[in-house]
Design a protein around this ligand. Structure first.
Ligand code: CAA
Length: 530
């Protein structure tokens, strides 16, 4: 068992999540594609996925997730000395996402910024950077974000596994939420399971091979972690989730291939399941391999001279553990789809916000195609609950959803979503607690914090600081259905969608314009219906 001093005095100090509110039901998609809905629900363990709105991209999501972490943790953003962003949906081939975020999050100019890339393991590598820098005393506080939109072609086998979301965490010394372990499991190699070329929108994947690669690496990372840390049993297990079924398969493999052949663990499991009695009907069902234990596992156990009663006990134990230790976090892939680099962290946050207790341990495994797997452990801190109690929690985002028809999703995929952009004035709503401060030119282009560089590279006039309330009420609409291309915003704001005077709105940072010649992307503070 890992002891308390296995954990560093470094870890998670604040957490925040964000996902688009539009959700596509996989029952609707299955119907449209002529596929049995059970294939998605039972075969993949997936029910719906998040679909970004007009102009909503990984920057929009990362800013909201980071803002949530900073405000929930009551963090002074000027104390953040590093931003590391993991993503595989980068807006630029050259220019870091972390540098863009620094302008929106009001961090101190003396900070490290950079993107840490390895497919879905990007944010985990950012976390390792942060932990190393903090543990060695180089910096005190870092912001680590995973933000992604997963995309596969329309009608492809990967289509039902798409999704979107961002997870942000503040890493520091004396963390208030969880301390991280001092050892990690790691495995890497050149595996062609999944890739996206520079100019392609969608990921290419050798589907069945990719699931084999994932399972193989997750198990190897488990073995390496155990080798590094010694024997352990965690209270919860969290795995990267390309879709809900994959963490279940990972947990099954750890149990069947690493625990059931370990006499000490087996005895402990049998002892725990002793009080349970089985009816003849239950016994027949389990021993025929129709419950959780696979027929081949039952055969092995029989060869090892396990009695029928003991096999039934193990089945019960396995079922129980699956329900208690793994299933609680699967709401995340089932509701939002594959959030790539945010997937593991969003699940971990959901667990921390809903299930775990002080001093509980959580084993995690991150997987990045290509491929790498990293596993490690967290231990919950006394008093962490008050830091995760106040929302917006992952559950709040699960509930805050708007079901869209397949046609709207298909328009998004074809890049045909209508803009419907107005300009107007917004006042802070009475319940508004936070604002977002940025430097901008008169046309709304975002400028750096350094005063020496505060002029618009596009040649627009003006430099001013503006404060945008996160929650607002529309005071008036100035112009309806404007084109962002020519518009000078001045002191008005952009409003997206069917927004009218008196509506409650919330701030979102949207990618509204790309310069035709240079490809320079402009993100604008934009208000959408709350
Ligand atoms: N009722 C119930 N279950 C059904 C069913 C039905 N009518 N029809 C099929 N199923 C079950 C199948 O038995 C199978 O379950 P098991 O794996 O437990 O046997 C499951 O549904 C899926 O069926 P198929 O394997 O036939 O599905 P597929 O070939 O059409 O697609 C996939 C599966 C290859 C994973 C595809 O979804 C895909 O390409 N996904 C994207 C790639 C991916 O997610 N890979 C995972 C590892 S890579 C990674 O981890 C990085 C990352 O994030 C992408």
């Amino acid at each position: 068992m890992v002891s308390d001093d296995f954990f560093l005095n470094v870890g998670i100090d604040a957490i925040g999540f964000y996902a688009p509110k539009n959700r596509l039901s996989l029952d609707d998609l299955a119907k449209k594609r002529g596929i049995a809905p059970e294939k998605y629900r039972q075969g993949l363990l997936a029910e719906e996925f998040a679909v970004p709105e007009y102009g909503e991209d990984i920057i929009s999501m990362a800013i909201m997730a980071a803002k949530n972490a900073i405000t929930r943790g009551n963090i002074n953003s000027k104390e953040i000395e590093a931003i590391f962003v993991g993503s595989e949906s980068l807006p630029y081939a050259v220019k870091s996402v972390a540098s863009i975020l620094s302008a929106f999050l009001d961090v101190h100019e003396n900070a490290f910024t950079g993107d840490t890339l390895h497919a879905c393991a990007g944010a985990t590598l950012g976390l390792l950077n942060a932990v190393g820098l903090i543990n060695s005393g180089i910096i005190k506080k870092a912001l680590v974000i995973g933000t992604d939109i997963s995309k596969y072609p329309l009608g492809s086998p990967g289509e039902p596994t798409q999704g979107a979301g961002a997870a942000a965490m503040i890493i520091s010394k004396d963390p208030r939420i969880a301390r991280i372990g001092s050892k990690f499991g790691k495995v890497s190699g050149h595996v062609d399971d999944f890739f996206r070329t520079l100019y392609s929108e969608n990921a290419e994947v050798f589907g069945q091979y990719s699931t084999m690669a994932y399972l193989n690496y997750v198990l190897k990372a488990y073995d390496d972690f155990k080798y590094q840390a010694g024997p352990f049993l965690a209270d919860y297990y969290v795995f990267h989730a390309p879709f809900g079924k994959m963490p279940v398969k990972s947990f099954q493999r750890i149990m069947f291939e690493r625990w059931f052949d370990n006499p000490v663990k087996l005895k402990a499991m049998l002892d725990k399941s002793k009080e349970r009695a089985f009816t003849q009907k239950e016994r027949d069902l389990i021993l025929s391999g129709k419950e959780e234990l696979h027929p081949s596992t039952i055969k092995t156990l029989q060869e090892w001279k396990f009695t029928d009663e003991e096999i039934c006990g193990l089945n019960y134990f396995y079922k129980d553990w699956l329900a208690l230790k793994l299933m609680p976090c699967l709401d995340v892939p089932m509701r939002f789809g594959n959030c790539y680099s945010a997937s593991l962290w969003a699940q971990l946050f959901h667990l921390m916000e809903t299930r775990v207790k002080e001093n509980d341990t959580i084993y995690f495994t991150s997987y990045g195609s290509g491929a790498t797997a990293i596993s490690g452990m967290f231990k919950m801190e006394p008093g962490f609950k008050k830091l995760v109690a106040e929302g917006p929690t992952v559950l709040d985002y699960i509930r805050k959803k708007s079901r869209i028809p397949v046609e709207q999703y298909e328009m998004y995929k074809r890049d045909l979503l209508p803009a419907f952009l107005h300009t107007g004035h917004v006042l802070a709503a009475p319940e508004n607690k936070y604002s977002l401060d940025i430097m901008e030119c008169d046309y709304g282009c975002i400028l750096p914090v350094q005063s020496e560089l505060q002029h618009c590279p596009s040649g627009h006039p003006g430099v001013h600081k503006r404060s945008f309330p996160m929650l607002g009420i529309v005071a008036k609409i100035d112009e309806v259905d404007v084109e962002i291309k020519d518009h000078v915003c001045g002191d008005c704001v952009y409003l997206l969608g069917d927004v009218k005077a008196g509506n409650n709105v919330e701030l979102s940072i949207r990618r509204l314009k790309v310069d035709e010649n240079s490809g320079l992307i402009h993100w604008y503070p934009t208000y959408v219906l709350a």
